[in-house]
Ligand binder design. Structure first.
Ligand SMILES: C[S@@+](CC[C@H](N)C(=O)[O-])C[C@H]1O[C@@H](n2cnc3c(N)ncnc32)[C@H](O)[C@@H]1O
Length: 229
């Protein structure tokens, strides 16, 4: 992107409202294909306030809040994204329980959540900025807060994996990358976080198809429960 447009994707979208609308709608569309699998596979029960960092227009957060009627949410993203998040949250009937705020995930992030999600974010970035995102998140988290990562986990080595095409896409478009489980472990260590080895959801898991998803959707994802303590 910087070579062609002279700026990265996020700054470009901030300056081009029509493209921004298309991009955010596409993120909502992709997320909507995956949310049922995420909600079904990770136990979000008991979380009082969940913050979704860089959560776009809130498709994932809305799905989790819908499944957990007493939970409250904080949706954080860049100003030009959260500015248009109110209508989708109202349409999902979770707006009354969901606060939106703009914020730069490299600078500071909201406190007050007892758990946070980062979905399809780390793969946008190379290792140094991705670790910086985790360190910022870690600094804002209460000692026993949980961070749930939803990312594709690449098959290691020369194994066929559609995520490897996405790896190329992330590299070309954003300078980002998909990662293997071992690469996530190294990234978490650099971000001063560690997986909670005692928790059943602590290890990356790969799902090729979530409940209600079509075969061609795949929706491969994993979730790590990370102990911020
Ligand atoms: C690939 S999209 C994923 C959106 C959403 N989590 C999902 O899964 O649909 C990446 C998101 O990161 C946001 N983002 C990029 N840079 C950011 C920053 N510095 N601070 C906060 N959000 C940022 C973008 O606006 C975008 O919504």
């Amino acid at each position: 992107m910087p070579h062609v447009f002279g700026t990265d994707l996020w700054a470009y979208l901030a300056q081009h409202p029509a493209d921004n609308a298309v991009f955010n709608a596409s993120m909502t569309g992709l997320s909507t294909l995956e949310t049922a699998a995420v909600v079904a596979a990770y136990d979000f029960a008991g979380i009082d306030t969940l913050g979704d960092v860089a959560g776009g227009h809130g498709a994932l957060l809305a799905a989790i809040l819908t499944a957990h009627p007493t939970m409250r949410g904080i949706l954080v993203d860049l100003p030009h994204v959260v500015a248009e998040a109110a209508a989708p949250l109202q349409a999902a009937r979770v707006a009354a329980r969901c606060r939106t705020m703009d914020g730069d995930m490299f600078a500071s992030l909201p406190e007050g959540g007892d758990a946070y999600t980062l979905k399809s974010i780390l793969h946008d970035w190379d290792d140094d900025p991705a670790a910086a995102i985790l360190r910022t998140r870690r600094a804002a988290m209460p000692a026993r807060a949980t961070l749930v990562l939803v990312e594709h986990v690449l098959a290691p080595g020369n194994t066929s994996d559609p995520g490897k095409f996405q790896d190329l896409n992330m590299l070309v478009a954003l300078g980002g990358r998909e990662r293997t489980a071992a690469e996530f472990d190294a990234l978490l260590a650099a971000g001063r976080l560690h997986a909670d080895a005692d928790h059943p959801d602590s290890r990356p898991r790969k799902r090729h198809r979530g409940a209600g998803q079509k075969d061609n959707v795949s929706g491969m994802w994993s979730t790590d429960r990370l102990n911020g303590g």
